[in-house]
Write a protein that binds this ligand. Structure first.
Ligand SMILES: C[S@@+](CC[C@H](N)C(=O)[O-])C[C@H]1O[C@@H](n2cnc3c(N)ncnc32)[C@H](O)[C@@H]1O
Length: 269
């Protein structure tokens, strides 16, 4: 070691993390307005989209044990955090996300607008994994439209299971898995586009990628598509039993013909 040795790893890691909100604004500039203000954000998730309405279909009191310590992983602007703090049997909610903007700017305002209880919230600026909780620390984990952003779904699920108490609950909500055949059609269409781009020498610094374990269809935002069977197998492989799968019948955007939002209620097996 010399006096000039330096460690860049920590800072490089922070700078290297794609911030979802910034990626969203550069890829979809129209999203700037709703990501800047809590009212606009809530209007988008609650009025333009069905995220809040679909979450309200779940019987949360039945899903969460009494006096529950809950982690909302990939909580974004915190509408679900706010909702959960209003449940009297919830003791505390860890609000984890990699976006500083969501956590520091939007979440406090969203919690206030939704009449949530800020004293029950612990904000964690962090990644899906590793989770810096002791084994069996949590009673429940919730994830709304978040886990399809994981680079490796199964390893995040295994990490969640480690942090949950025996019998603890995992509620994955607002995902949009295709049936197996429909996923296959969309992957084949993507493969055809890859072949076309190669034949045309079309340069793309960042492109979707396909594999038998998922389809990264939006590399800017890190959105992956998994068919229903893959979610089920990954959950089982990570040590969860699936108690129920709820098809809300609600598309992401109200009034659209999109895929329905699906919830998985799971328990540590
Ligand atoms: C589609 S948004 C969903 C946000 C919120 N749960 C909701 O339902 O509105 C996905 C969220 O996951 C977060 N995220 C993506 N990858 C992450 C990672 N590896 N670690 C932590 N958060 C991540 C993003 O910052 C973003 O807030």
């Amino acid at each position: 070691m010399t006096r000039d040795d330096q460690s860049w790893i920590g800072e490089q890691t922070i700078r290297g993390i794609t911030q979802f909100d910034q990626a969203m604004i550069s890829a979809y500039p129209e999203s700037d307005a709703y990501l800047q203000g809590a009212r606009e954000y809530l209007r988008t998730v609650g009025e333009t989209c069905n995220y809040i309405a679909a979450a309200e279909k779940l019987d949360w009191k039945a899903c969460l044990p009494h006096d529950a310590k809950v982690l909302d992983i990939g909580c974004g602007g915190g509408w679900l955090v706010a909702m959960l703090t209003r449940i009297d049997t919830v003791r505390m909610v860890y609000a984890l996300d990699s976006s500083r903007h969501f956590l520091r700017t939007l979440l406090p305002q969203v919690v206030e607008l939704m009449n949530g209880h800020p004293e029950k919230i612990v904000v964690i600026e962090g990644l899906f994994q590793p989770l810096l909780f002791d084994d069996a620390h949590l009673d429940a984990v919730v994830a709304s439209s978040a886990l399809h952003h994981a680079d490796n779904l199964e390893s995040v699920l295994i990490e969640i299971r480690r942090a949950l108490k025996p019998g603890g609950r995992l509620v994955i909500l607002n995902e949009t898995p295709w049936p197996g055949w429909r996923h296959l059609v969309s992957v084949m269409a993507a493969a055809a586009r890859v072949v076309r781009d190669l034949l045309l020498h079309r340069y793309r610094p960042l492109s979707p990628s396909i594999s038998s374990s998922g389809y990264l269809y939006d590399p800017k935002l890190g959105d992956r598509d998994y068919p229903m069977w893959y979610w089920e197998k990954a959950l089982k492989a990570a040590g969860f039993s699936i108690e129920s799968v709820m098809d809300t019948g609600m598309p992401t955007v109200k009034g659209s013909k999109g895929r329905p939002l699906i919830h998985f209620v799971c328990r540590v097996a």
